[in-house]
Design a protein around this ligand. Structure first.
Ligand code: PDD
Length: 285
């Protein structure tokens, strides 16, 4: 089956979809994106992703390309047209196509809006979720506005490759001695029953999964500390884990080659994953 993608109002077979070579997303990474997961044919945390999209666009002086209910309709249409049971929807909005110039083009330049699906059968039950992942630490060399979900993903991509080259699955990035986040996820440790994760700011992305998981953890009477934590603290933690829309909650079992806790997925990460997935399926749109 040919994948159907959405480009600027049209639903097209992927081979027929086109974006200009002058698109500012292509030339300047002048674009923001969202990734929303789909479980059982329904969208997880759509409202959170739509709200963050609006915020990211606003920080770059761009409007929402369409009202939220229309965006929801496009997401649902794509899920249906591609018969997605479990998978992801990628959305990108750019400042549009204009002759190359560092200055932004006129505000009436039409934005480029692209959405596509990725089928991921069994997304909620992956080997990584059962076995946990290994991470290595690398310096955080990204720009200073990581709270805006831009498509400037070259450094995270390089970090992921370096992690693979070192026999790991992902990297945790370090700045001023503290962990910021993973290449495409938020990072947590658990010590003496307390969940520690960096507070929000320009240094990290405000994860939609993070918000939901912290809310559910509070509801389950778990203790949470939102503060930076060091690599040494992470190495000495009882557990570590990451969260993202595509991975939900994933246990981290090794940091820089040293086992975390018992070197197997810990009870807090396992429980949070279970609660998050159950609750997300229940609230899915
Ligand atoms: N990445 N931090 C970074 C740097 C991210 O790229 C992501 C998401 C997160 C987690 O945010 P959320 O819970 O809203 O997915 C944190 C997506 C999944 C990606 O780039 O594919």
């Amino acid at each position: 089956m040919t994948r159907i993608v959405y480009v600027n109002g049209d639903y097209l077979p992927e081979d027929a979809a086109r974006v200009s070579v002058f698109d500012r997303g292509f030339l300047f990474a002048d674009a923001v994106y969202e990734v929303t997961s789909v479980l059982g044919g329904r969208l997880i945390d759509f409202d959170g992703h739509a709200a963050r999209l609006e915020r990211s666009l606003g920080e770059l002086g761009m409007p929402m390309p369409m009202p939220r209910d229309s965006l929801l309709a496009v997401h649902r249409d794509l899920v249906a047209r591609n018969s997605i049971e479990d998978g992801l929807i990628y959305l990108q909005v750019t400042r549009g196509a204009a002759d190359r110039d560092f200055a932004y083009p006129d505000a009436d330049t039409p934005q480029t809006v692209v959405l596509f699906t990725q089928a991921k059968p069994g997304l909620a039950d992956t080997p990584a979720a059962r076995e946990g992942i290994r991470v290595v630490s690398l310096p955080d060399l990204r720009w200073g506005r990581r709270d805006i979900k831009t498509v400037q993903l070259l450094y995270p991509s390089m970090a992921k490759m370096e992690a693979r080259a070192r026999g790991a699955d992902d990297a945790w990035m370090i700045e001023d001695g503290a962990v910021t986040e993973g290449t495409s996820n938020n990072a947590y440790i658990v010590k003496d029953g307390r969940i520690v994760t960096r507070g929000l700011g320009h240094e990290i992305l405000s994860g939609i999964t993070r918000a939901a998981v912290l809310r559910l953890a509070r509801e389950a009477q778990m203790q949470i500390e939102e503060r930076p934590f060091t690599l040494d603290e992470a190495r000495a933690a009882d557990e570590a884990f990451v969260t993202s829309a595509s991975a939900f909650v994933l246990p981290v079992i090794e940091i820089d080659g040293a086992a975390v806790g018992g070197g197997t997925p810990g009870p807090v990460a396992r429980r949070l994953r279970e609660i998050y997935i159950d609750e997300s399926r229940r609230a899915a749109l």
